[in-house]
Design a binder for this molecule. Structure first.
Ligand code: G3P
Ligand code: MG
Length: 480
């Protein structure tokens, strides 16, 4: 086995870890455990299915016909032993898991209505090394939400989750839209608070950003019942400056960056442009179908905020725009585009970000994707559907979908898209993922089905790169 590696902490990127170092360390532990000659039927059967590399919609825990709830149900790993075996000292160091990673949805999983879900703070601690194994597990955030600079959203998340969140591990609904900044000149950017989305778009490199507020300032009759506030009026661009006319302006594309703050006027303005002559403001196309492309940063009809029940999201506005267009265009269909989850392209974008993050932050080989990514979400239609689709598509990585009950998904209902696992909270999800990985690596062989619990002294020792003197106790991962 290679020389013990220095414990890794965020920001330290000296190590060039090989993909087997994690397995090597635990293989050594398993061999040591093997010498204790315990045979565990459960483990063998599970290990065989995992190692077959078959990625089907069924998991080694059995077909996901009806969603299996993890919370409160002891896993099949229930230990046959009343008292745990004598302590062992596997020679492992606290370092980064290099064969698996996590990806988190935000609203309904980590945050609700701007406030952290309590278990989320715990879950982050577990991933950052506060677990029996002293391992750190790389993770990224993939939200459909938006309306702020990624850096600002990361500051909010750092404060809410009491960790450092870097833009290098964060994707929001409109992040992929930056790729369009050089493709279009004048664009309409819709949604969000005040001028923020204009600033984000300009930050992405869009050169000429118009907002609905600018159009309403130039022609208040555009939405008769919508009165701009003084600050909205003052902050909006004067499109008629230098004697210009609205009809001089040609919108080459419409980007809905974040949830609309005024559906009626945003709907009216997007419809005007969809039925215009090639995006020219104040015009009407005879055929009503010469408008520019319309891009939505996501397609969530429902999302989880501070209200007890899920709230209507951008996907609902998208449906209204398409339906009202059809009703006012002689039945013609309006084809709009959506980014965000469940689009596979968004998950492919996330794969690239995860690789860069694992390399930059944890020194892992960028060319070696993790064997498994656990994606934790609250919305079957976007999070679970997207993860399952990516699992079908990705040749290198198993995308393992976990659905939580803290957001859009209502417990006891049948989700339209089936997760590999249903759990109560994100903390359960993180525990499940780490447990499954440890099971794969056979770290529980010596305890007759129980995982290796470690106490704080052991954790502290491992964090300091020392081999601890283990004692066995019930830990968050061990069955009650
Ligand atoms: O507006 C955002 C919302 O639709 C969902 O956000 O974090 O659950 O993907 P998230
Ligand atoms: Mg969500």
């Amino acid at each position: 086995m290679s020389a013990p590696l220095k414990p890794q902490r965020p920001g330290m990127n000296s190590r060039q870890a090989s993909s087997s170092s994690f397995a090597e360390a635990f293989d050594a532990a398993r061999i040591r455990l093997g010498q204790l000659s315990f045979r565990d039927a459960d483990f063998e059967e599970e290990n065989s299915s995992v190692s077959s590399g078959s990625r089907s919609s069924t998991d080694s825990e059995g077909p996901v016909s009806a969603v299996e709830s993890l919370s409160g149900t002891p896993l099949s790993l229930a230990s046959p032993f009343s008292t745990p075996p004598s302590p062992i000292t596997p020679s492992i160091d606290p370092y980064v898991a290099d064969n698996f990673a996590f990806a988190f949805d935000i609203d309904g999983v980590l945050i609700r209505g701007g406030r952290p879900i309590p278990e989320a703070i715990e879950a982050m601690k577990v991933l950052n090394g506060e677990n029996e194994f002293g391992i750190q597990v790389p993770y990224i955030f993939l939200t459909n939400g938006g309306g702020k600079f990624e850096t600002e959203r990361c500051r909010d998340l750092s404060r809410q989750l009491e960790i450092d969140v870097s833009p290098g591990q964060f994707i929001c609904g409109h992040t992929p839209m930056r790729e369009f900044a050089n493709r279009y000149g004048t664009v309409l950017v819709v949604g969000g608070e005040g001028e923020t989305c204009r600033e984000v778009a300009e930050g992405y490199g869009f050169r000429d950003v118009v907002t609905p507020g600018d159009i309403l300032k130039a022609n208040a009759a555009t939405a008769p019942f919508r009165k701009l506030t003084k600050s909205e009026h003052d902050n909006s661009r004067d499109l008629l400056a230098d004697g210009g006319r609205l009809s001089d302006i040609v919108i080459e594309a419409v980007f809905v960056f974040a949830d609309s703050r005024d559906w009626a006027s945003d709907l009216q303005i997007m419809l005007d442009i969809a039925q215009s002559k090639g995006g020219r403001l104040e015009t009407r196309s005879e055929t009503l179908n010469e408008g520019p492309p319309i891009y939505f940063s996501h397609n969530d009809v429902l999302w989880s905020s501070s209200h007890e029940h899920a709230r209507l999201g951008m996907g609902a506005l998208r449906r209204i725009v398409e339906t009202v267009y059809e009703d006012t265009s002689g039945g013609r269909k309006l084809r709009t585009h959506a980014f965000g989850k469940p689009q596979v392209s968004t998950f492919e974008f996330a794969t690239r970000l995860l690789q860069q993050w694992r390399a930059a932050q944890h020194g892992l080989a960028e060319s070696e994707p993790p064997a498994t990514v656990y994606f934790i979400g609250d919305t079957p239609e976007s999070d679970i559907r997207g993860t399952n689709n990516m699992n079908e598509r990705d040749q290198h990585t198993e995308w393992y979908s976990i659905l939580v009950k803290t957001g859009v998904y209502q417990a006891g209902t049948e989700p339209k898209y089936k997760p590999r696992r249903l759990v109560d909270t994100v903390l359960d999800a993180v525990n499940h993922g780490i447990r499954r990985e440890m099971a794969k690596l056979g770290s529980r062989k010596s305890t007759g089905g129980r995982l290796l619990p470690l106490d704080d002294a052991a954790l502290k020792a491992m964090a300091e790169g020392r081999t601890p003197n283990f004692v066995t106790r019930a830990g968050p991962f061990s069955d009650p």
